[in-house]
Ligand binder design. Structure first.
Ligand code: HSE
Length: 310
């Protein structure tokens, strides 16, 4: 067997409360790993999927990592190349942590590394997005872009790569709790209303603008006041067990803001430092432990690297 290339692509928090489909950040952990190596059999094949409890298909047309990688190989005119791919899922599926984005990013990033980087990292985005589309049924890059490139990113337009990295004040930490229920992004998108009342539109715009100013000026108070989703969160909260109880516990424990991570069911909180992030995590956990709801807690700084070769 030939030596392979192993890559890591991190989990991410889409929407970040105030930027539906346009704002997201990457976590340091968890994340997915993909191993690729050349093989004598022509064409791309997925030879192993670990950690997915049999939930993910080996068929390239149906697998986010495989499909994204295939689209990249087509673009490069390399579909005849014999390549084996292993997908090691190291994060929950349908969790709101950008699981499908992580697989898609890991797939394209690994292929690009194996072929000695024919494309720049940023240029892999459209291919990763095609993989993400399979899972979510929508073209949005608020998970895929930070997963690939790292950081807290604002995606003004993913087709023209009009993507902007926001500064993150020193010390900012994320707490994410995943209650073990599955929410499919497609379903969480289908319940959203097509229209936004003008008052909510005004509030949400003001919050997004203020959040960005807060990030640029390291104005922790402003970040805290701005980190409120008045449009999407009220529509999706019912999909998540004890959402408002968990949020209240996080706010009482001193976090800056707390909302749904991506399409849910994970809930994220952004705190001024790691100590508060841990206390917030304890408070969130207590709600689910008392209610006997199975959950996993992640505490992480903002990952500035994105996908990396291991
Ligand atoms: N922005 C997306 C949503 C993230 O909230 O539907 C999930 O992939």
């Amino acid at each position: 067997m030939q030596a392979g290339i192993k890559v890591f692509a991190p989990a991410s928090v889409g929407n970040t409360a105030v930027g539906f489909d346009t704002l997201g950040f990457a976590l340091e952990h968890p994340g997915d790993e993909v191993i690729v190596r050349f093989s004598d059999k022509p064409g791309l094949r997925i030879t192993l999927i670990a950690g997915a409890d049999g939930k993910l298909p080996y068929d390239l047309e149906k697998n986010t990592a495989g499909f994204a990688a295939l689209k990249l190989l087509e673009h490069l005119g390399e579909t005849g190349r014999g390549i084996e791919m292993e997908l090691h899922k190291k994060m929950p599926i349908g969790s709101g942590l950008g699981s499908s984005a992580a697989s898609a990013v890991a797939g394209v990033f690994a292929i690009n590394e194996l072929l000695k980087r024919p494309l720049e990292k940023k240029e892999l985005l459209p291919f990763a997005m095609q993989g993400e589309y399979l899972a979510s049924g929508g073209f949005h890059a608020d998970n895929v872009a930070p997963c690939l490139l790292g950081g807290l990113l604002l995606v003004r337009d993913h087709e023209t790569f009009d993507i902007h990295r926001l500064p993150v004040p020193k010390g900012i930490y994320a707490t994410v709790i995943y209650p073990k229920v599955e929410v499919l992004t497609k379903d969480a998108r289908s319940i959203l209303s097509d229209s936004v009342p003008l008052k909510k539109f005004v509030q949400q715009n003001a919050n997004l603008g203020a959040f960005i100013i807060g990030m640029y000026n390291s104005d922790i108070g402003l970040i805290g006041r701005a980190l409120q989703d008045v449009v999407i969160e009220p529509q999706r909260a019912r999909l998540i067990p004890l959402f408002y109880e968990v949020k209240e516990a996080a706010m009482k424990a001193g976090t800056l803001g707390c909302s749904i991570s991506g399409a849910g069911p994970s809930i994220f909180a952004m705190s001024a430092n790691s100590l508060i992030a841990e206390e917030v995590g304890e408070a969130m956990k207590e709600v689910y432990s008392n209610a006997k709801i199975e959950h996993t807690l992640y505490i992480s700084p903002i990952n500035q690297e994105g996908a990396v070769k291991l």
